[in-house]
Design a protein around this ligand. Structure first.
Ligand code: NDP
Length: 290
């Protein structure tokens, strides 16, 4: 039985995810580097803004930070309760998850790598997908807490497997983004009506999450709302490339996509949404996707 839950990292995802926990659990602690956000969360959702050590004393502790490096930094600062479960929703590095699980096992604490997909709207509606790596019994114990924030929750393998699935998912999304930018730039060069073309493709085999949501809502609208930062996508594609290298596989499409996403990130303004990667194509072709 889970008595207390904590959430560490109230960013674009964490702030919205943690908002669901008080509906299911009595004691919900939140901690954020900028403590004002934690206080605001407590006032808004009835969570408790606490210091890091108090948060680390919960039965189930969620973290959602930019990279595995920040998770390592936090783990090195806290003492955890025996039998507790650390559920890391960061899109992290599979090799780090194995080390983190080993490090926490020495304290009789479980570690699950449990990255999520569904973007901020999924976090807001508690419809996220959790792809989880780690111990089966820890997964089952932490499941009710993940169910408070997600819809599809799958144990995909041992430690690191969740992070691996997330990295490959985001890499595939990046491939779709580049393909959509190339495809629609070509259509516009041929004088095709982009909105009508998009409607056709979204009813055909070329559709993807990018064509269904990112193109109409972010790119054609020219809004590019910042909900998932481009450097975070570049980080994920980097993790995917490392997985491919470790497996000694060749993946030319993914390799090229990684270079394009890195170039787009290098040229982007600070605080750019992932969808601004298409501006790389726009600058080459002098064609605006609108
Ligand atoms: P944000 O940049 O919005 O939030 C980052 C959070 O990490 C903030 O709470 C920030 O605190 C905290 N943080 C940053 N650096 C440190 C540090 N050194 N020590 C302690 N806390 C720190 O990121 P997101 O919420 O967008 O993403 C979080 C993770 O989720 C990433 O791994 C991302 O790839 C993944 N993800 C993001 C999605 C999205 O749509 N945004 C979708 C799915 C996964 P502070 O407020 O003080 O800056």
């Amino acid at each position: 039985m889970i008595q207390s839950v904590a959430f560490i990292g109230l960013g674009a995802m964490g702030y919205r995810m943690a908002a669901h926990l008080p509906k299911h659990f009595n004691d919900v602690y939140v901690w954020n580097r900028n403590q004002d956000k934690a206080k605001q969360h407590a006032a808004e959702y009835g969570t408790q803004a606490v210091d890091l050590q108090k948060a680390a004393q919960a039965d189930v502790i969620f973290s959602c930070l930019p990279t595995s490096q920040e998770v390592d930094d936090i783990l090195s600062q806290v003492y955890l309760k025996k039998g507790s479960i650390w559920v890391d929703c960061t899109s992290g590095v599979p090799e780090s998850a194995k080390k983190q699980a080993q490090y926490l096992a020495e304290q009789d604490v479980y570690f699950l790598d449990a990255p999520v997909s569904g973007q901020t709207v999924g976090a807001e509606n508690a419809t996220l997908t959790f792809m989880v790596g780690g111990d089966q019994s820890a997964f089952e114990q932490a499941l009710p807490a993940m169910q408070a924030m997600g819809k599809l929750i799958k144990l995909v393998g041992g430690s690191g497997a969740g992070f691996a699935v997330k990295a490959i998912n985001n890499m595939m999304m990046a491939v779709h983004l580049c393909a959509a930018a190339e495809g629609f730039t070509t259509l516009k060069a041929h004088g095709v009506n982009l909105n009508e073309a998009l409607a056709c493709i979204n009813a055909s085999s070329g559709k993807s999450g990018v064509t269904e949501t990112a193109l109409p809502q972010r790119i054609f609208s020219r809004e590019f709302p910042l909900t998932f930062a481009l450097p975070l996508l570049a980080k994920d594609t980097g993790i995917a490339i490392d997985l491919i290298r470790e497996a000694k596989l060749s993946a030319p499409v993914i390799g090229l996509t990684q270079s394009l996403i890195q170039a787009a990130d290098a040229l982007a303004k600070p605080d750019s949404d992932f969808s601004t990667a298409v501006k790389l194509y726009e600058s080459w072709s002098k064609i605006t996707l609108e």
